[in-house]
Write a protein that binds this ligand. Structure first.
Ligand code: G4P
Ligand code: NA
Ligand code: NA
Length: 189
């Protein structure tokens, strides 16, 4: 998606050889017009799939997911992160390890928001190792619902997540795919 790639080039900051800071439009300050355009793009890519729900994870996946849900006219659910969860029959729950943050969180979704006939589009802001997306897919499976695909704003293709999810059989649609960072520059695939 050219609009996003241009925005990453102009406003993104390469922090080191694996981390990109996009606080000015995605992770802290949010650009609603850009979120809407990205939501429209996800909706277009998954049109015809009869998506019934979007599932994302707090916090940075929510804004773009709401825009996609607006266009697809479906509800948007976000998983919450908790340090630990006392087992609770009313919650779907799985563990997600973040290599970036070197910490493990449980992610939880109340059971009443997912049904077995749901066709779910998973959306997240970054795809690195694929742990968050895998955890969200695990929750969809716990509900006996279907994962139709995974929509990602920024895929860091040099990290293993995209390949891992594709090998697991998921359709991954990323709006920007980054091959590498070099000399403070972003090189797209
Ligand atoms: P994974 O799910 O693909 O395995 O990724 P990982 O655990 O490494 O990601 C941990 C957090 O770091 C996630 O945010 C993810 O969006 C974010 N992240 C990963 N790579 C980058 C990057 O290059 N730049 C930025 N800005 N963020 C990155 P989170 O902890 O879930 O926080 P939130 O922002 O959604 O609240
Ligand atoms: Na994030
Ligand atoms: Na995220």
């Amino acid at each position: 998606m050219d609009l996003l790639k241009k925005r990453i080039q102009s406003d993104g900051q390469v922090l080191n050889d694996s981390l990109l800071k996009v606080d000015s439009f995605l992770n802290q300050q949010i650009d609603p017009q850009l979120m809407l355009k990205m939501g429209e793009e996800f909706a277009k890519r998954f049109s015809g799939e009869s998506i019934t729900k979007i599932l994302t994870i707090e916090s940075s996946g929510i804004a773009v997911s709401v825009m996609a849900g607006l266009i697809l006219n479906v509800p948007v659910i976000f998983a919450r992160k908790k340090k630990s969860v006392i087992s609770n029959e009313a919650l779907y729950c799985t563990k997600v390890y973040s290599f970036t943050k070197r910490e493990s969180n449980s992610i939880i979704v109340p059971k009443n928001f997912l049904e077995k006939d749901d066709k779910v589009l998973i959306i997240d802001d970054f795809l690195a190792n694929g742990e968050a997306a895998t955890g969200l897919a695990t929750i969809v499976k716990q509900a006996n619902a279907s994962v139709i695909g995974i929509g990602i704003v920024i895929e860091k293709s040099f990290q293993p997540g995209a390949q891992k999810l594709q090998q697991a059989g998921y359709r991954v649609e990323s709006l920007a795919r980054i091959a590498s960072f070099s000399n403070g520059q972003v090189n797209f695939l």
